[in-house]
Design a protein around this ligand. Structure first.
Ligand code: TPP
Length: 344
């Protein structure tokens, strides 16, 4: 478990992470408008309770498979904000050393697998990771995020079926923000809850309010406990909403005003402020202090990224393939044809 010194410490840290995520993403949206970001920007504004609540209690060696909208999950998992910003600016110090856009950046040292453009394609990889954990009797979990849009993909179903059959320590987190690009949920599936599909695989399904941080934490704690205890995978569906368009070029005119107002009134951050107030905190004071802290962190991250060099052209050919020496000799079966020529 991540070590929080007390409940007060944890409650305030959770608030800090949600505010940091929002500040970071808002800054990135502004930088995008100034044409300073390389690649697409997919803001998760409004979905902070999902990113923070799903990762807050994970251990460093648990592995997450984030979505394009999960910048906050990466921050909570321990990715350095400066490296994250450098990734967005295409700098040498970024996660993939300036080779690709934000969403493909992973950070294995912090248990973060890089996202893929083919949505849903990371779920089978999460199953592979969970299978390795199980075979090694390693008590960690893989957490794979996906949208309700991606949930209609074939490889998502294959991953869930495989995970259930082999009782793998994986948690599938469906961030149901109601739209896949401009397609509302009702136009791509005939069910209300994606989690209903869990029953078809013989897997536990759970549905929870994704804008309610307390509910996300509780639901994830149950799912992660099941995985660690060897009870297999869980499909967790978190109902949430993205305030911005699919990406920065999308004004999202396909949504009605009433819907936006309704969901904005369920914003996860003021909701957690209410919790903090009921716990006896002076929320005005906490808000002011946290806002200065996170603004400073984002300023520092941006200063680091801007001061970082651009990658050299020849570096484009580095880190593309594992070298043969990265393969553990134990992975080559003794007596096999491969063993005869190992190392190649
Ligand atoms: C396999 C695949 N099909 C289509 C796309 C194009 N595409 C990119 S994002 C997106 C919408 C995804 O919606 P959802 O899975 O609900 O996630 P959200 O963006 O809402 O968080 C689509 C269709 C893609 N990247 N990959």
């Amino acid at each position: 478990m991540r070590s929080f010194t007390s409940r007060v410490d944890r409650d305030l840290k959770l608030y800090h992470w949600m505010k940091l995520t929002r500040e970071f993403e808002d800054r990135v949206s502004r930088l995008h408008a100034q044409n300073r970001i390389l690649g697409g920007v997919y803001s998760g504004r409004g979905q902070e309770a999902v990113a923070v609540g799903c990762c807050a209690d994970l251990e460093p060696a648990d592995v997450i498979f984030p979505l394009h909208r999960d910048l906050g999950a990466m921050l909570v998992k321990g990715v350095d904000p400066g490296r994250l910003m450098a990734q967005l600016l295409g700098k040498e110090t970024g996660l993939s050393r300036g080779k690709d856009s934000f969403l493909h950046g992973g950070d294995p040292a912090h248990g973060v697998f890089g996202g893929t453009s083919m949505l849903g394609a990371t779920l089978p990889v999460a199953c592979g990771t969970a299978l390795a954990m199980k075979l090694r009797r390693d008590p960690h979990v893989a957490v794979a995020f996906f949208g309700e849009g991606a949930s209609s993909r074939g490889d998502v179903h294959e991953a869930m079926n495989f995970a259930a059959v082999h009782a793998l320590p994986v948690v599938f987190v469906c961030e149901n923000n109601r739209y896949a690009y401009s397609t509302p949920q009702a136009l791509q599936m005939a069910i209300e809850d994606v989690a209903d599909r869990a029953a078809a695989y013989g897997m536990k399904g759970m549905v929870s309010g994704g804008n309610d941080l307390g509910a996300v934490l509780e639901t994830m704690a149950r799912a992660v406990r099941r995985a660690r205890e060897g009870l297999g995978p869980t499909l967790v569906e978190l109902k949430t909403y993205r305030y911005r368009g699919h990406s920065e070029h999308d004004p999202a005119r396909y949504r009605g005003e009433e819907e936006l107002i309704q969901w904005t009134s369920r914003d996860p951050i003021p909701r957690w402020e209410t919790y903090l107030a009921l716990r006896g905190h002076d929320v005005e004071k906490v808000r002011g202090e946290t806002e200065s802290e996170v603004a400073q962190l984002v300023d520092d991250a941006l200063a680091f990224a801007e001061a970082s060099p651009d990658p050299e052209p020849q570096e484009a050919l580095e880190d593309l393939y594992a070298t043969p020496l990265d393969v553990a000799p134990s992975a080559v079966p003794a007596g096999s044809e491969a063993a005869a020529s190992y190392p190649p």
